[in-house]
Design a protein around this ligand. Structure first.
Ligand SMILES: Cc1ncc(COP(=O)(O)O)c(C=O)c1O
Length: 388
């Protein structure tokens, strides 16, 4: 069902490494030295290529960028200090006052807040469309500057027809951007379907150990250069060498971890779908058909508790699964929709698109699936008893 992952690519550094080290070293240096006036003049004038300053380029970060570009099938990539910095880097250089963005509904909460607060303040309007309605997405593109996708969407895990949307976007000159953090390039390669820019929160599956934050953007050389001019150099949110090392380290086991996240996620989703105290499970693997290009699944999904069940009692009764935001690490985590709906501050995506307070988002980690299913069953039982 899944493509054979390019394992040698994931495991070994692609560039020559000092002393033939088997792991990419951390080049923890803010700047790099020049041998002569002629050398610095050549580099500044763009006549030769050399590392200058780590806000622009750093050898450890470049190794990771080359790897993600190869895996995604992009020509180039840039690393950022977080997934949100990467989203800003992929969007901001391409829009200006008066532009319109078309975004998929139920997008990641802070991407929504970026569009609704910062970009709105600078005169960029965003319209939100149900991504499962391909015709509505395509119809909305006329006159837009950028289309922002997540397939699947956060919390509701709804899919889009990426080829249809990206093809129309390209025909109209609309920049297409997708957040591919959930599927990773092992299970979905949006560039192959015509999407211009692919964004990753490397904080999730790519790094995979809940010990770092990072973001990546892949695309054509030309578009990455445009991102470079503004986002990399002027916004200053470049990935650090230490974070790049941690993402590279995590990616050496990406294929094994993803296979386990997928298998456990599917097992839990099926177990929950059969449970009398669960009314719905939102997991793309339970759909009868799968869109073109999606060859596997992340372990993050959501389910709805039956009416009357005590959400707080359910959460507090879990023993192995912990309560915590983020996902993609070894530990299984839940976030209750009831708490997310009450998130303080402007532009609450959960209220805007109507996420049910009964929805629980579950990130299946790397623990044994049977242990996690037992935990869920025990907590469902406790929540039902509390309600009785
Ligand atoms: C789908 C998705 N995209 C992007 C991000 C942002 O990543 P980061 O926290 O590294 O900024 C997140 C974070 O939770 C996410 O869930």
């Amino acid at each position: 069902m899944t493509r054979t992952p390019p394992t040698p690519d994931l495991i070994s550094p692609s560039r020559p490494v000092p002393h033939d080290a088997s792991a990419t070293p951390i080049f923890q240096s803010s700047s790099f030295l020049f041998d002569s006036y002629a050398q610095i003049e050549d580099v500044f004038a763009g006549r030769s290529d050399r590392f200058i300053y780590s806000r622009g380029d750093n050898p450890t970060v470049c190794e990771l960028e080359d790897l993600i570009a190869r895996l995604e099938g992009g020509e180039a990539a840039r690393g950022f200090s977080s997934g949100m910095a990467a989203i800003c880097g992929a969007v901001l250089p391409f829009v200006q006052a008066g532009d319109r963005i078309v975004a998929v509904e139920h997008l990641y909460s802070d991407a929504f807040r970026l569009f609704e607060t910062v970009l709105a303040r600078f005169g960029v309007e965003t319209v939100y469309i149900d991504g499962t309605d391909t015709q509505a997405m395509v119809d909305a593109l006329a006159g837009a500057r950028l289309v922002y996708l997540e397939s699947p969407t956060s919390w509701t895990f709804r899919l889009q027809d990426l080829r249809a949307i990206a093809t129309e976007a390209r025909r109209l000159g609309v920049v297409s951007v997708i957040d591919n953090s959930w599927a990773t390039p092992l299970y979905q390669r949006p560039h192959d379907l015509g999407v211009d820019l692919v964004v990753h929160a490397a904080s999730k599956y790519l790094s995979g150990h809940s010990d770092t934050l990072g973001g990546l953007v892949t695309g054509s050389r030309e578009m990455i250069q445009a991102i470079d001019h503004e986002a990399t150099h002027l916004f200053g949110g470049r990935m650090s060498p230490m974070d790049a090392f941690l993402v590279l380290r995590g990616m050496r086991t990406l294929d094994m971890r993803m296979a386990r996240h997928m298998q456990t996620g599917l097992e839990l989703a099926r177990g929950l779908a059969d449970h009398p105290q669960v009314t719905a499970v939102h997991h793309p693997g339970l759909l009868a058909t799968r869109p073109e290009g999606l060859s596997g699944f992340g372990g993050l999904f959501a389910f709805d508790l039956a009416a009357g069940l005590d959400v707080a009692r359910f959460c507090d009764a879990l023993r192995t699964i912990r309560i915590g935001v983020s996902w993609g690490g070894p530990e299984s985590l839940i976030v209750p929709g009831q708490a997310a709906c009450g998130l303080a501050g402007a532009a609450n995506v959960f209220q805007r698109f109507g996420v049910s307070p009964r929805t629980i988002r579950l990130a299946a980690g790397l623990e044994p699936a049977a242990l996690l299913m037992d935990d869920l069953r025990t907590a469902l039982h406790a929540a039902a008893e509390a309600a009785a």
